[in-house]
Design a protein around this ligand. Structure first.
Ligand code: PLP
Ligand code: COI
Length: 361
């Protein structure tokens, strides 16, 4: 596969420095977007073509465009960080590129070459570099690459035309409370993904399917839903947009990748960062019964959620049909916070990139 050269058509009216600075002072999550986006088209028989950096703006779609009806769509999420010397680097973009290819295969879409994915992110960050928040805090520039089926028609089959887009959004904390523990509703009836389905692909349908459960959790006073496996309704899988870790003293355990949960890049990184810090890390199946029992008998000392947007977020209260319990007295746990600090230090360039994860622009 050849990588098309990205043609530059920059905006003639980017936001003023003052407008941008006002946004960067309190970016929130996913509310503001930078001045540009990168778009690349794919057509059957022609492959990837028309790669462009263009002003950020609406896409024009025929009402019969395939994606609007059959949801042939995939996306990614990764971040660019400002380092102490003012330079900018992204975290493991090659890993996101490979997961994007794996999602594309599952959804019957064409695979974008890894180097094209990384180059598209680089070009956008380079042009909108002023949007990368200052070094010092936890804010970053969140990149959202996605691909949609753009063939016009109502036939149910893989489309013959696609559009790949990367947009960027300055990001503060995903949860408005900062590093405050989140409460979880462990749903025993609503499932997120089934064996053989698309749970391990990053595709919009998984998120659409989670919205009702999320609203039900909110009605029960919880911030997030924890999904159990769809067959036995007992094995813990993940949250709607984050993986989970269980802390047993100095060992951290995360649910095995069974095919119905997303292979998080933060999850994978923490298996390694934990070892750097002298903890043991392990992938294993964890049941909801074990979660409750081990919390009550004191062996399960902390639980946290992790993901690009959420970084590492402690879990506080857990509610389920079988009752309610609390992790680490409802406070962020010590191991959780040490891992969080160590990962963020690598990402923001405060500590040495011993794993070679940072991609400099
Ligand atoms: N699980 C789901 C369903 C997600 O949407 C995400 C977010 O990307 C994650 C887990 C965490 O993945 P990552 O660490 O690659 O962001
Ligand atoms: C991410 O963390 O990048 C995600 O895609 C999760 C989403 C809930 C924002």
């Amino acid at each position: 596969m050849t990588t098309p050269t990205i043609e530059l058509k920059p905006s003639s009216s980017p936001l003023s420095d003052a407008e941008r600075e006002a946004i960067l002072a309190n970016p929130g999550f996913g509310r503001h977007f930078t001045d540009h986006m990168v778009t690349i088209r794919w057509t059957e028989g022609r492959g990837w073509h028309d790669a462009q950096l263009v002003p950020y703006g609406p896409l024009s779609l025929d009402p019969a465009t395939n994606v609007l009806h059959y949801a042939q769509e995939i996306f990614e999420g990764l971040k660019a960080y400002r380092r102490p010397d003012g330079s900018v680097a992204t975290f493991r973009p090659d890993a996101n590129a490979r997961r994007f290819q794996s999602s594309a295969r599952r959804l019957g879409m064409p695979e974008l070459p890894v180097e094209t994915f990384v180059e598209a992110c680089d070009v956008l960050v380079r042009h909108d570099e002023a949007w990368v928040p200052a070094h010092g805090g936890e804010d970053s520039l969140y990149l959202r690459p996605f691909m949609i089926a753009t063939e016009v028609g109502l036939g149910v089959r893989p489309a013959n035309e696609y559009l790949f887009v990367v947009i960027a959004s300055p990001a503060g904390p995903y949860f408005p409370g900062g590093v405050k523990p989140v409460s979880i509703w462990a749903s025993e009836d609503r499932v997120r993904a089934v064996p053989g389905g698309v749970g391990d692909a990053k595709t919009g349908g998984n998120y659409a399917a989670s919205l009702l459960a999320q609203a039900e959790a909110a009605a029960k006073g919880c911030d997030q839903v924890c999904y159990l496996d769809a067959v036995e309704h007992k094995w813990v899988e993940e949250l709607g947009g984050m993986n989970l870790y269980f802390v047993y003293g100095d060992k951290i355990v995360t649910p095995t990748l069974t095919g119905s949960l997303l292979a998080g890049i933060t999850r994978d990184s923490l298996l390694k960062v934990a070892k750097d810090l002298g903890y043991e890390s392990e992938e294993a199946r964890v049941s909801i019964d074990q979660w409750q029992a081990d919390t009550e008998n004191g062996t399960l000392t902390e639980v946290f959620a992790c993901g690009t947007a959420a970084v590492i977020t402690p879990v506080g209260t857990v509610k389920s049909a079988r009752g309610e319990w609390q992790q680490s007295g409802g406070e962020p746990g010590e191991v959780t916070m040490k891992l969080r600090e160590a990962l963020l230090a690598i990402q923001t360039g405060k500590s040495e990139d011993v794993h070679g994860w940072m991609h400099e622009l």
